[in-house]
Write a protein that binds this ligand. Structure first.
Ligand SMILES: [Zn+2]
Ligand SMILES: [Zn+2]
Length: 334
């Protein structure tokens, strides 16, 4: 009797210490491994995401970009976003099932690349053909780094996604699907966005954008000096409109690199609060996005920039956008 009466107590301690849980119903669990847009090499764009069951994170994560991996996992353990007994090495090898890379810039890849020698084989690197080609030719070329791709050490396979396809495709070893969109990042250089959805729950999706400039600024100048604007953001907003209307989109991860004062000719394919609000207004015009969490990524770590950007987004918005400013290692339930 004595032993039995102690049992519930032991179980409840074990549950609170080993697994983060939440009382409000959730569909996804996100751990930001890195949140800044450069310079701080221990805090560069990377977001782990997994589905949840009964408000408990599932074990199979994917990494959206891979700027900082190992240090971000250590901070996540310190901040109790992963249980205190998590072995970072084992988690990295066993629980990150795929890397979805928005574009090949080093601030979105360096942590992932440096950790490749210790990674478990059989994972996919997922992205646009253009992104995978750069990884293959410029990183995994046996000069910049060993070839961990399918033609070399075979640690990874490549999964090329077609931006013209409207289908979501499964991410191996997870219960998640992905669809890709093209973005401009100093045109004609491409970046991309991933729409992540739960395979078992068609009502739950999140949209993760890599670096991008505003549609009104991103232009292609032809040799004969004619200019065209690809307007990839506009096209994407139109494509995800049905998800917003159906209340299925939980969050949009989108960048703001500089405060609004930054002149347009010095944006280098990035957004400011002014431009983010312009873009969100377009989506909001289709249907209110007040229930969609807007997770602001990629703030450049210049002195005072973060505070200024937060103020500019909160004060200049007469719409009720639900902004979240992620911190490294601090989990977000969606
Ligand atoms: Zn970047
Ligand atoms: Zn970039």
């Amino acid at each position: 009797m004595l032993i039995l009466s102690f049992l519930p107590f032991i179980i409840s301690i074990a549950t609170t210490e080993s697994t983060p849980t939440k009382s409000i119903p959730s569909s996804f669990y996100v751990i930001p491994l890195g949140t800044t847009g450069g310079l701080e090499e221990n805090n560069l764009s990377a977001y782990l995401i997994t589905s949840t069951t009964d408000n408990t994170p599932n074990s199979a994560y994917i990494s959206l970009d891979g700027g900082t991996i190992r240090h971000g996992l250590q901070i996540a353990v310190q901040k109790n976003s992963l249980s205190s007994d998590t072995d970072v090495e084992t988690f990295f090898r066993e629980q990150i099932k795929a890397y979805l890379i928005s574009h090949a810039h080093l601030d979105h890849n360096s942590g992932f690349l440096l950790n490749t020698p210790n990674d478990k084989s059989g994972k996919f690197i997922i992205g646009l053909n253009e992104t995978i080609t750069i990884i293959q030719d410029h990183y995994f070329n046996n000069q910049a780094w060993a070839d961990f791709g399918p033609a070399g050490l075979k640690t990874y396979d490549y999964q090329i996604l077609d931006p013209s396809s409207t289908n979501s495709v499964p991410i191996a070893n997870t219960d998640l699907n992905v669809r890709i969109f093209r973005l401009c990042h100093t045109c004609p250089y491409l970046s991309s966005a991933f729409l992540i959805s739960r395979r078992d729950q068609s009502n739950a999706s999140v949209l993760y954008l890599g670096d991008t400039g505003p549609d009104d600024v991103e232009k292609i100048v032809q040799p004969d000096n004619t200019t065209s604007f690809p307007r990839y953001l506009d096209k994407m907003w139109k494509d995800i409109k049905p998800l917003v209307i159906a209340d299925q989109l939980k969050a949009i991860f989108i960048e703001v690199s500089y405060p609004s004062e930054r002149p347009d000719n010095l944006l280098f394919g990035h957004l400011t609060p002014k431009w983010l609000l312009e873009e969100l207004k377009k989506l909001n015009a289709y249907h209110s996005i007040e229930k969609v969490k807007i997770i602001v990524t990629h703030i450049k770590p210049e002195k005072g920039a973060r505070e200024k950007i937060i103020e500019q987004l909160k004060n200049n918005s007469n719409q009720h956008f639900n902004f979240i400013f992620p911190q490294q290692g601090e989990a977000i339930w969606l």
